[in-house]
Design a protein around this ligand. Structure first.
Ligand SMILES: N[C@@H](CCC(=O)N[C@@H](CS)C(=O)NCC(=O)O)C(=O)O
Length: 236
């Protein structure tokens, strides 16, 4: 059976979890406690970069959320979550990439400063503008279509739709993006989206932890790289 190593609130793991559900695949969820379990040798053997998600399919292991989504699509093609025509495929990829490369960094910054919504630091203002700029782009790209690729729910919805509905809670209302707002509300009614929804306690606790935990991850990664370096020096 497929195994997904994940953490419930992880913005990278949630799309994979959702794709497994949308594809009606049987799978086992294996939670990883990101307070440190990701640095244990057993997990590093699955992902040397200490990140969730990891998908294990028999004796094949895949890391990196977008690679996992592509793997699932080709290995388990029905129902399809990717269009095949060039235009729609490019639209889906653009949505996936701008969500992870533009919106998510802004979201992380907003999460860290979540207890000070009136803060006016340059960094925070930059994050707000970065988020708004991405939402405007997505609003235009969606146009009057039901989904980003037309009538088909795709990986664009799976990736962007697990993040965008959180924006109002981070001080960016979706009212300025009416088409995106309507699209997002529609997705939230799907049984799969409801199945992965965090309780308000989980979301609040995640927001609290995000103010400190990325710094701990970074420190632990530096320590690990130092240890690897020392080991290499000794071997030479
Ligand atoms: N590029 C990776 C990023 C995964 C990632 O950063 N996951 C975070 C959770 S949201 C993580 O596992 N952090 C723990 C750590 O960095 O030690 C992907 O797309 O899968």
């Amino acid at each position: 059976m497929l195994k997904l190593y994940y953490a419930r609130p992880s913005a990278y793991a949630r799309p994979v979890w959702l794709a497994l559900l949308e594809k009606h695949l049987p799978f086992e969820l294996i939670p990883i406690d990101l307070s440190g379990e990701q640095f244990k040798p057993e997990f590093l053997a699955l992902n040397p970069f200490s990140h969730v998600p990891v998908l294990v399919d028999g004796d094949f292991q895949v890391i990196e959320s977008l690679a996992i989504l592509d793997y699932l699509e080709v290995q388990y093609p029905s129902p399809s979550l990717l269009p095949t025509d060039a235009l729609s495929l490019a639209r889906v990829r653009m949505v996936q990439m701008v969500t992870l490369n533009e919106l998510l960094p802004a979201v992380l910054k907003l999460l860290i400063h979540n207890n000070s919504p009136n803060e006016k630091s340059i960094e925070l203002e930059y994050a707000r503008m970065r988020a708004r700029n991405t939402l405007s782009f997505l609003e235009d790209l969606l146009g009057c279509s039901h989904y980003f690729a037309g009538e088909q729910l795709t990986l664009a919805e799976i990736v962007a739709g697990t993040l965008i509905y959180r924006m109002p809670d981070l001080g960016i209302p979706l009212t300025n993006y009416p088409r995106l707002n309507c699209w997002s509300e529609g997705l939230l009614t799907r049984p799969t989206w409801r199945q992965i929804e965090l309780s308000s306690e989980e979301w609040s606790s995640f927001k609290r932890r995000m103010r400190v935990i990325p710094k701990i991850w970074q420190r632990r990664r530096h320590q690990r790289m130092n240890a690897l370096y020392q080991k290499q020096m000794l071997a030479e």
